[in-house]
Write a protein that binds this ligand. Structure first.
Ligand code: UD1
Ligand code: UDP
Length: 377
C-alpha cells in the first residue's frame, strides 16, 4: 500500500499568549501522522515562553532565542525576519502556521510569503479598526491577513471582518479560539494534579477573607501616562480594606518601573512574577473580578464567568462585551475605580456580568484546524 508523504507544517510562535494559543494546535498536529510538525520558537519572550513550553511538554525543533532586554520593534522585527527565514530555508515547509498578531507572527508570515510558502493564520480576523489601538498588533494582523491562504477565525464576527476585506469566503473557517482548548486542557491537568497550581497558597492565606481582584497590564500603547493612570487606579482601589489585588507583573521594564514605583508599598497589593499557566488559571478562579488590558484574559474570563474590566479604549474582541461578561473601561483612573467599586458594591451589577459565556469557542478549535490543514493542498 502506498504511503502518502507527510505534509511538513512549520508552526511558529514566540510570546506567552502565542504559546498558550498554539500548544493545542501543536498537540493536534503531532497526533496526526499526516503531518511532519516542525516547531520554531523565536523566543521573542524568553522566561514567559519557557513557562508555557514546559507545561505543554513542547521541546521546540528550532529556538532562535531572540529576546533582548527592552527590545525595539524594528530591531526585533529585523532579527525575526532573517532568523525565521533561515529556518524555512532549512526545513522547506509545505505550510507555515502563525497565531495572532505579534511581531513573531507578522515576520513569520512575511518570511513565508518571500518564499511563496502558504500561511495559515490562527485567530484570524480580529479588528479594532484603529491602527494605534492595539499598537502594533492591529497592523500586524492586517499584514498577516493579506498574506494568509487559510484564515482560522475564532468567531463569526472575525470571519465577517475578513469577508468585509474581500478575503475569499472559501479561505475563511470559523474554528473557535484555541485559547478555550488551552484553558480546558490546563484545567483538566490541574484537576488531575492539584499541585500544579498550589503555589499561590501563601497569598491565598495572606488575603483570606478579602475579595480578590486579579490584574494584568502590559499594553505598549499604554506605556507612560496610561500605565501611570492604571497604577493610580490600583492605589485607590487598594485603599479599601475589603479587597486584595494580585498582579503578576509583565517583565517589560516599561511596565515594571511604573508598577513597582507606584504600588510596592501597599499591603493588599501583591506584585508578583508572571505566573505559569496553571497558576494563572488558579488566579482566574480565585478572582472575583479581573482588571486587565490583555487580549487573552478577555477571552478566558468570560469562559469562566468572571467579570472582566478591560483597560482599553477599543477592543478587537467585542464578543465578551456583547455577551455582557466584559466591559471596556479605558485607562482613566476615575473610570476604572468607579467601575470596580460598582462591581464590588452592587450585587445586581455583579451578577449581570458573572455568567459563563463561551463566545470564543467550544474547546475543539485545534482539532478543526488540524483537519482543515489536512485537507489543504
Ligand atoms: C508582546 C507582543 C504583544 C503581546 C505581548 C504579550 C509584539 C510587538 N508585542 O509584547 O502583542 O500582547 O507580547 O505579553 O509582538 N521580557 C522579559 N521576559 C519575557 C518576556 C519579555 O524580560 O519572558 C521583557 C524584555 O525586556 C523584552 C520586553 O519584555 O524586551 C518586551 O517584550 P516584547 O515581546 O517586545 O513586547 P511585549 O510588550 O511583551
Ligand atoms: N497569563 C499567564 N500568566 C500570567 C499572566 C497571563 O499565564 O501571569 C496568560 C493568560 O492566561 C492569557 C495570556 O497569558 O492566556 C495572556 O498573555 P498576555 O496578557 O501577555 O498577552 P495578550 O493576550 O494581551 O497578547
Amino acid at each position: 500500500m502506498a504511503h502518502t508523504i507527510p505534509k511538513t507544517v512549520m508552526v511558529i510562535f514566540g510570546t506567552r499568549p502565542e504559546a498558550i494559543k498554539m500548544f493545542p494546535v501543536v498537540h493536534a498536529l503531532k497526533a496526526d501522522p499526516a503531518f511532519r510538525v516542525v516547531t520554531c520558537v523565536s523566543a521573542q519572550h524568553r522566561g514567559m515562553l519557557d513557562q508555557v513550553l514546559e507545561i505543554a511538554g513542547i521541546v521546540p525543533d528550532h529556538d532562535l532565542d531572540l529576546m533582548k532586554p527592552d527590545q525595539t520593534l524594528d530591531g526585533l522585527t529585523a532579527a525575526l525576519l532573517t532568523g525565521l527565514g533561515g529556518v524555512m530555508d532549512a526545513e522547506q515547509p509545505d505550510w507555515v502556521v502563525v497565531q495572532g498578531d505579534t511581531a513573531t507572527a507578522m515576520a513569520g508570515a512575511l518570511a513565508a510569503y518571500y518564499r511563496k510558502v502558504p500561511v495559515a493564520h490562527v485567530e484570524a480576523g480580529l479588528r479594532s479598526h484603529n491602527i494605534y489601538h492595539p499598537w502594533p498588533e492591529e497592523v500586524n494582523r492586517k499584514i498577516i491577513g493579506t498574506i494568509a491562504a487559510l484564515h482560522f477565525a475564532p468567531t463569526e464576527t472575525s470571519a465577517a471582518a475578513l469577508r468585509a476585506e474581500n478575503v475569499s469566503a472559501d479561505a475563511i473557517h470559523v474554528t473557535g479560539n484555541t485559547v478555550i482548548d488551552a484553558l480546558q486542557w490546563v484545567s483538566a491537568r490541574i484537576e488531575a494534579e492539584p499541585a500544579l497550581a498550589s503555589g499561590l497558597a501563601d497569598l491565598e492565606a495572606r488575603f483570606a477573607g478579602k475579595r480578590i481582584i486579579g490584574v494584568t497590564s502590559h499594553r505598549r500603547e499604554n506605556f507612560g501616562g496610561g500605565l501611570e493612570a492604571i497604577a493610580e487606579a490600583i492605589r485607590q482601589i487598594a485603599a479599601r480594606p475589603d479587597v486584595a489585588l494580585i498582579f503578576p507583573v509583565h517583565p517589560n521594564p516599561n511596565v515594571r518601573k511604573v508598577m513597582e514605583g507606584a504600588l510596592s508599598d501597599l499591603p493588599n497589593v501583591a506584585l508578583i512574577e508572571p505566573l505559569d499557566y496553571p497558576h494563572f488559571a488558579r488566579l482566574l478562579s480565585l478572582a472575583e473580578i479581573m482588571l486587565t488590558d490583555s487580549g487573552g484574559v478577555q477571552e478566558e474570563a468570560p469562559a469562566l464567568g468572571k467579570p472582566v474590566l478591560v483597560m482599553r479604549e477599543t477592543t478587537e474582541r467585542p464578543e465578551g462585551v456583547e455577551a455582557g461578561t466584559a466591559r471596556l473601561v479605558g485607562t482613566q483612573t476615575a473610570r476604572i475605580v468607579s467601575e470596580i467599586f460598582t462591581l464590588l458594591d452592587d450585587k445586581a451589577a455583579y451578577s449581570a456580568m458573572a455568567r459563563a459565556h463561551n463566545p470564543f469557542g467550544d474547546g475543539h478549535a485545534a482539532r478543526r484546524i488540524a483537519e482543515l490543514l489536512g485537507h489543504a493542498p
